[in-house]
Design a binder for this molecule. Structure first.
Ligand SMILES: Cc1cc2nc3c(=O)[nH]c(=O)nc-3n(C[C@H](O)[C@H](O)[C@H](O)COP(=O)(O)OP(=O)(O)OC[C@H]3O[C@@H](n4cnc5c(N)ncnc54)[C@H](O)[C@@H]3O)c2cc1C
Length: 463
């Protein structure tokens, strides 16, 4: 009798906890469905690489949902992991690493999203043979991907040169790398390791987008094989420490770089070599690696007074501004982070103007923080507003149809960048989804023919 009673009590307790568990599952699912609806409203889906979940293998353990650094990209619906906020995914891939049953693989964006992406072979070659694209410009964000692609692409070029050697030509490089962000740095170091005749051209400063992060920004990375160094194992470090690490290796390696020089055009000659044209120089090379990133030029708004020196597009040192009246324009993470950074400095009065009725594509953490800043009055957030004119000591905003003039010392605009699509089109690179196998063999055949032509030209007597 006692045993029966014990079993009965045990059963009731188990049933009680089961009900609680099932209720929490149901609540979680309701929240996930709401997030999915909200996610649909704000985007067409993932912009670049993102997880693909194989439902046949997913066991619904939810491990993937807990490891994503971007918050609620994934959620559990009907016992399976699904993408609910694809637009927030920047392709860290931690979900794929964490999945205990290998149900998640990282895939590129859907063809509709990829239509403004350059066509690339698996070896990173564009539709122009001998011209390669690595890093974020090819559609894959993150520093680790840029480093891996830069390194692997140069290995491909080195292997081709080895397989089809051509006599050296005066003034012709094996390789010119354009851009010195993580992809360009990695490609350059691999070129040094492979003893290639190379040159890197950078329009700005070494470090690319990383050099432009706000001061002391925490950078998340993954272990990666770094040329001329070996395994770089740090998972997170400050922007300054990452730049110092690159600087240390580049100094050791005697980096052949020309900074402050922008490439304006690339032309391919009948002998298959490229001429890389800048405002002051022309360089020749057999291969070109484009590591330009996608940040491009900051997008301007075309508002009256935008050319005043007080209007800026990048904020690195927020603590240089105190006791100022500031307007920040934009609704993305950069705008929100800049507004909070500036509002945390002594005496600043910060207004954040955004044209939509709410923030939609910012990180969960930023959404919560900006709400707190707004509630405490540290940042005045004005939705449904856009600038009409920037004056020396004020700005005029259109707020839901009415004009408001605010006293102002500085303006920051964060309206995104114009990716270098026009430049890629000008140099002849094809866009959109493609049959990669077909393109690979086409590009390989054409490159082969050009290499033969080049060898004949180099061997021919001069004059
Ligand atoms: C705010 C922010 C935070 C981020 N945080 C992280 C993070 O924590 N972890 C992470 O892994 N990733 C992060 N990323 C993404 C990461 O920074 C990029 O994926 C990475 O920098 C891409 O490297 P890249 O070398 O392809 O391009 P970039 O770093 O953009 O470098 C491209 C370089 O090419 C140069 N260039 C462009 N055009 C020309 C031209 N015509 N002539 C000469 N030079 C040219 C540019 O000046 C630039 O230096 C973040 C991005 C942003 C914007």
């Amino acid at each position: 009798m006692d045993t029966l009673l014990t079993y009965g009590i045990g059963g009731v307790i188990c049933f009680f906890f089961l009900i609680i568990y099932l209720r929490s599952l149901k609540k979680r699912e309701v929240r996930a469905r709401e997030a999915a609806e909200k996610g649909k409203l704000f985007s067409e889906g993932p912009k670049a690489q993102h997880p693909h979940i194989d439902n046949n293998y997913c066991i619904g353990c939810a491990t993937c949902t807990s490891v994503c650094p971007e918050g609620d990209v994934l959620a559990m619906i009907a016992g399976k992991a699904v993408i609910v906020n694809g637009h927030k995914c920047i392709g860290h891939g931690l979900c794929a690493d964490a999945c205990p049953v290998g149900a998640i693989t990282m895939v590129m964006a859907s063809p509709s999203m990829a239509r403004d992406m350059p066509q690339l072979t698996p070896e990173h070659e564009t539709t122009v043979p001998g011209m390669f694209i690595v890093g974020e410009l090819g559609g894959l964000a993150l520093i680790k991907n840029a480093v891996n692609q830069g390194r692997d692409c140069v290995d491909t070029i080195a292997a081709r040169i080895k397989a089809h050697p051509v006599p050296p030509m005066q003034g012709v490089h094996d390789l010119v790398i354009i851009g010195a962000g993580p992809a360009g740095i990695s490609a350059s170091l691999r070129a040094i390791e492979n003893k290639m005749k190379y040159l890197t051209i950078e329009r700005d400063e070494i470090g690319g987008t990383v050099a432009k992060y706000p001061r002391q920004k925490l950078v998340m990375t993954s272990p990666v094989e770094f040329p001329m160094y070996g395994k770089f194992k740090k998972m997170q470090l400050s922007k300054e420490n990452l730049l110092a690490f690159w600087d240390m290796i580049l100094n050791r390696a005697d980096f052949n770089v020309s900074t402050g020089e922008k490439v304006d055009d690339i032309q391919k000659g009948p002998d298959g070599t490229f001429t890389i044209i800048t405002a002051t120089n022309q360089y020749r090379s057999r291969n070109v690696v484009l590591a330009l990133g996608r940040a491009g030029e900051p997008r301007k708004l075309g508002v009256k007074g935008e050319d005043l020196p007080k209007v800026m597009y990048r904020l690195i040192e927020a603590d240089h501004y105190i006791n100022k009246k500031i307007l920040v324009i934009g609704g993305g993470d950069s705008a929100v982070e800049a507004a909070m950074g500036l509002a945390s400095q002594k005496g600043n009065q910060v207004t954040l103007s955004y044209r939509s009725e709410r923030f939609s594509r910012i990180k969960e953490r930023n959404a919560k923080r900006i709400e707190e800043f707004a509630k405490s009055g540290k940042v005045r957030v004005i939705f449904n507003s856009s600038p009409v004119e920037f004056k020396l000591e004020s700005v005029i905003l259109d707020v839901a149809g009415t004009r408001q003039e605010l006293p102002n010392d500085f303006v920051w605009i964060f309206a995104g960048g114009t990716p270098p699509t026009a430049f890629l089109q000008k140099v002849g690179i094809g866009f959109g989804s493609c049959d990669v196998t077909l393109e690979t063999s086409k590009a390989a055949k054409q490159a082969d023919a050009e290499r033969k032509q080049l060898a004949q030209a180099a061997a021919a007597p001069v004059g």
